[in-house]
Design a protein around this ligand. Structure first.
Ligand code: OSB
Ligand code: MG
Length: 363
C-alpha cells in the first residue's frame, strides 16, 4: 500500500511524504480473518528495516515458519520467530494479524485479550519540524483547541532551544516534550542542560541508537527525564537501560519491539520497576493504529502516546469507522479483535500489489 500523508512529516533525519506498508490478512481454516500492518519505512533512517526487507523476511522466512505447525496462542509466534535475528517490524506485522485473529476467535476485543482494562486512551500529538516558529505556534494553537493532552516537538541542532523557549513563552502551561531522534552527542551536554528550564515532560532519544551507556551519563547531568525510543528493541534492552539509569521513561513501539507479546512483557516489567511507558507511533494507517490503541489500554501505559486520530494523518484512512478523538481521548473499541473494519474501497485505492501465501493441505 502507498498512502500520502496530508502534511509532510519532518524529523532530524529528513522529511516523509508517503507511507508505504503491507496489510496482512490472515485467514484460518474456519474463515476467521485477522489483520496486521507493517510499520517500517521505505528507507532505513529510523531503524535498519525497510519495506523491502520486511517483504523478504515475511515471504522467505517468517510465513513459512508460521505454516510449519498450528498456532494455539499468539504468544507462541514470537517464540517461533526467535530463530530469526531481529527484523522486529516484519515479525510484528504477522504477529499482529495472529493476535487480531485470536481475539476474533475468542469473540473479545483485542485490548481485553492483551489484559488491558482502559475504556479510553489519552492522546498526544507528535509535531514535525516546521519551516518557521510562526508555523509551529499556529499548529500548536490548533492542537490545543483540538484537545490533545500533550504535544511532542521534533527538534534538531539549530532548531531546538530557541524554538522550545518561544513555544514555552506562548504556551506556559502546555504539557510538552521534545524528540531529537538521535541528533546529539555527549559533546552537547552543556547545550542539553539548558533544556532543563523549559519544564519538558521528557526528552526523547537525544543520543544514538546504541548509546545506552552514553544516555546513562547524560541522564546524570540532566534534570529532564530521558525517554528512550530507537534504543529499545526488546525487554532485554529495557532491563539494561533501567539498570544503567539510561532513561526514566520508555517509548514502546509495537513494531520496533517485535510485536504485542513483547510489548506486554515490557509493560509488566516496567510496572514492577515503576517506569512509566507510552505508545509511540510510526505514522500508521488504521490497522496499526488499532493495535496501538489496544496495547495502550495496558496498565503501565500511563502517559499520553503518539496515537493520534486518523484525520491527523490521512484524507481517508483504510478502516471504518476512522479512528476519532474527542476531548483528547480515543474510545477503545468494544467489538471483537482490533474493533475496526477494513474500508475495502480505500484499500483498493492505495494498493499497489497483492501476494497470497497458502499452507499446503494436510494429508
Ligand atoms: O521518533 O517517534 C518517532 C514518526 C516517524 C518516525 C519516528 C517517530 C515518529 C513520530 C510520529 O514521532 C509518531 C506518529 O504520529 O505516528
Ligand atoms: Mg521518537
Amino acid at each position: 500500500m502507498v498512502m500520502r500523508l496530508k502534511d509532510p512529516f519532518s524529523t532530524s533525519f529528513g522529511t516523509m511524504q508517503d507511507k508505504e506498508f503491507f496489510i496482512i490478512e490472515m485467514i484460518d481454516e474456519e474463515g476467521v480473518r485477522g489483520y496486521g500492518e507493517s510499520v517500517a519505512f521505505a528507507s532505513p533512517w529510523y531503524t535498519e528495516e525497510t519495506v523491502k526487507t520486511i517483504e523478504h523476511m515475511m515471504s522467505d522466512f517468517l510465513i513459512p515458519l508460521l505454516f510449519q505447525e498450528p498456532i494455539h496462542h499468539p504468544d507462541e509466534v514470537s517464540e517461533r520467530f526467535a530463530i530469526i535475528k531481529r527484523n522486529n517490524m516484519a515479525k510484528a506485522a504477522l504477529e499482529g494479524a495472529v493476535w487480531d485473529l485470536y481475539a476474533k476467535r475468542q469473540n473479545l476485543p483485542l485490548a481485553t485479550c492483551l489484559g488491558g482494562a482502559k475504556t479510553a486512551i489519552d492522546v498526544g500529538i507528535s509535531v514535525g519540524i516546521q519551516p518557521t516558529i510562526k508555523d509551529l505556534l499556529s499548529k500548536i494553537e490548533q492542537y490545543v483547541l483540538d484537545g490533545y493532552k500533550r504535544v511532542k516537538l521534533k527538534i534538531k541542532p539549530g532548531k531546538d532551544l530557541e524554538v522550545l523557549k518561544e513555544v514555552r513563552r506562548v504556551f506556559p502551561n502546555l504539557s510538552m516534550m521534545a524528540d531529537a531522534n538521535s541528533a546529539y552527542t555527549l559533546d552537547d551536554i552543556a547545550h542539553l542542560q539548558k533544556f532543563d528550564d523549559l519544564d519538558l515532560l521528557m526528552i526523547e532519544q537525544p543520543l544514538g541508537q546504541d548509546d545506552i551507556i552514553e544516555h546513562a551519563k547524560l541522564q546524570k547531568e540532566l534534570q529532564t527525564p530521558i525517554c528512550l525510543d530507537e534504543s529499545i528493541y526488546s525487554l532485554d534492552d529495557v532491563k539494561l537501560a533501567i539498570e544503567l539509569g539510561a532513561c526514566q521513561i520508555i517509548n514502546v513501539k509495537v513494531g520496533r519491539v517485535g510485536g504485542l507479546t513483547e510489548a506486554k512483557k515490557i509493560n509488566d516489567y516496567c510496572k514492577i520497576h515503576n517506569i512509566p511507558v507510552w505508545c509511540g507511533g510510526m505514522l500508521e494507517a488504521g490497522i496499526g493504529r488499532a493495535h496501538n490503541i489496544a496495547i495502550t489500554t495496558l496498565e503501565q501505559f500511563t502517559l499520553p502516546g503518539d496515537t493520534s486520530p486518523s484525520n491527523r494523518y490521512w484524507q481517508k484512512d483504510i478502516v471504518i469507522p476512522e479512528v476519532k478523538m474527542e476531548q483528547g481521548v480515543i474510545q477503545v473499541p468494544t467489538t471483537p479483535g482490533i474493533g475496526y473494519d477494513l474500508d475495502w474501497a480505500a484499500v483498493e485505492e492505495y494498493r499497489v500489489k497483492k501476494r497470497i501465501f497458502e499452507r499446503e493441505a494436510l494429508r
